[in-house]
Design a protein around this ligand. Structure first.
Ligand SMILES: NC(=O)c1ccc[n+]([C@@H]2O[C@H](COP(=O)([O-])OP(=O)(O)OC[C@H]3O[C@@H](n4cnc5c(N)ncnc54)[C@H](O)[C@@H]3O)[C@@H](O)[C@H]2O)c1
Ligand SMILES: [Zn+2]
Ligand SMILES: [Zn+2]
Length: 382
């Protein structure tokens, strides 16, 4: 089969690999019909994620058709059209029993913090991902769900990570009726978080980024106010002035460890590797939220981090909530929102790239070229 393969930072190839076999009775092998590149994949692509091994196939956002099932699989059969959440999870451990599918205790011998994620380094379990023609899906009775007949393929694909994560970001913000919600980052996750904030009662939604074409999308897709942080002297001062000098009630970090906006933080993290990443977005969130407010963090951070304004968060009495999104927990409500037309997930898809050209897809998405917001990978297109 053809599969995306990591060769080192900024080096992606498509190579021939063996089709993965059934390794466990509850495995399924899925023939991928669509995959996507996520902002999280960029952390791997840039070499920022510990223990990202050469030879790994990335891709935690994919849908497909069941090719083969192990002997104990009961909920799926060959030919089923399925969507697979980005979390690999067992469904029955202490954490899964509490809905913490991103923190499953049975799927990742390499870490006790994060659970497992398809195609996301050995820190996250070492499972090969779906930017490929075939992928092995462990716990096939637990994660995957049949795609409802009425749902479009690209919408289902957006429901494997980006949309549930944005929605989860809004949920973690504990938004109350009339709240002012600031969303840092206008990538797919931030756009969906902004759109979801209205569903939870926000009275005002402000999206912050420095890419004008993405802010335009935040205005049209998520009906948000926007501000370009590169065009104001100080985004924190701007946010204070915009909120009667109190600060936003809720700030959502949909940027993560590779934030722009501070040259020194960028150099000490991305270039010199003196810290695990650049804490700019999270610090702006801490400074822009009002005292007693809530910060929701869905932007991704590696295991070690530094230079976060933790003391300010403490002295402001903030609530900080964060996690990898437990995708499957979000599906029932999101299916309803998609079905009744409130959300059209694939409105944010900008690029459709054949698997053979995936290296170009990574480059365009990483360098934010060609107004790219969300690239979709099509395995069987040539
Ligand atoms: N928690 C989870 O389960 C989960 C799931 C998916 C993605 N993520 C993470 O969410 C983050 C966003 O993902 P995405 O796919 O939208 O990525 P993306 O790279 O497309 O978007 C990030 C956006 O943030 C903007 N940005 C950079 N610095 C900023 C700053 N200081 N302030 C405001 N905006 C800034 C960028 O210009 C970009 O538009 C990533 O860190 C990703 O790893 C987490
Ligand atoms: Zn992702
Ligand atoms: Zn579990």
């Amino acid at each position: 089969m053809r599969a995306m393969v990591y060769r080192g930072p900024y080096r992606i190839r498509v190579e021939e690999k063996d089709i993965p076999p059934i390794e466990h009775p509850n495995d399924a092998i899925v023939r991928v019909t669509l995959a996507a590149i996520c902002g999280s994949d960029l952390h791997l692509y840039h070499g920022m994620m510990p223990d990202t091994r050469v030879g790994m196939t990335f891709g935690h956002e994919f849908i497909g058709v069941v090719e083969e099932v192990g002997p104990s699989v009961q909920n799926l059969k060959r030919g089923d059209r399925v969507m697979v959440p980005f979390n690999v999870f067992c469904g029955s451990c202490f954490f899964c029993a509490r809905g913490l599918y991103g923190n499953c205790h049975n799927v990742n011998p390499n870490a006790t913090a994060v659970g497992a994620i398809y195609g996301y380094s050995h820190t996250c379990g070492g499972y090969d991902g779906g930017q490929s023609e075939f992928v092995r899906v462990p716990f096939a009775d637990v994660g995957p769900t049949l795609i409802p007949e009425w749902m479009d393929d690209e919408d289902a694909l957006m429901l494997t990570d980006a949309l549930p994560t944005g929605y989860f970001g809004a949920q973690l913000g504990e938004i109350r009726e009339g709240d002012t919600v600031a969303v840092f980052g206008a990538g797919p996750v931030g756009l969906y978080a902004a759109k979801s904030a209205w569903l939870m009662g926000a009275g005002r939604v402000i999206v912050i980024d420095h890419l004008e074409y993405r802010l335009e999308k935040a205005r049209t897709f998520a009906h948000a106010e926007t501000v370009n942080f590169a065009e104001v002297d100080d985004i924190v001062v701007y946010m204070k002035k915009a909120t009667e000098h109190l600060g936003a009630d809720v700030c959502i970090d949909a940027v993560g460890a590779e934030a722009d906006g501070n040259f020194i933080q960028h150099v000490t993290s991305a270039k010199m590797k003196l810290q695990g990443g650049s804490p700019v977005a999270i610090n702006w969130a801490i400074d822009s939220v009002r005292k007693g407010g809530t910060i929701s963090i869905v932007g991704a951070y590696g295991p070690m981090f530094s230079a976060i304004k933790f003391g300010d968060a403490m002295n402001k009495g903030l609530t900080l909530r964060m996690n990898q999104c437990p995708v499957k927990r979000q599906w029932p409500r999101l299916f309803e929102h998609v079905r009744n037309g409130y959300l059209k997930p694939n409105d944010i898809v900008t690029h459709r790239v054949p698997l053979e050209h995936i290296a170009e897809g990574y480059h365009i998405f990483s360098a934010k070229l060609d107004n790219c917001i969300k690239p979709v990978i099509v395995p069987n297109a040539h």
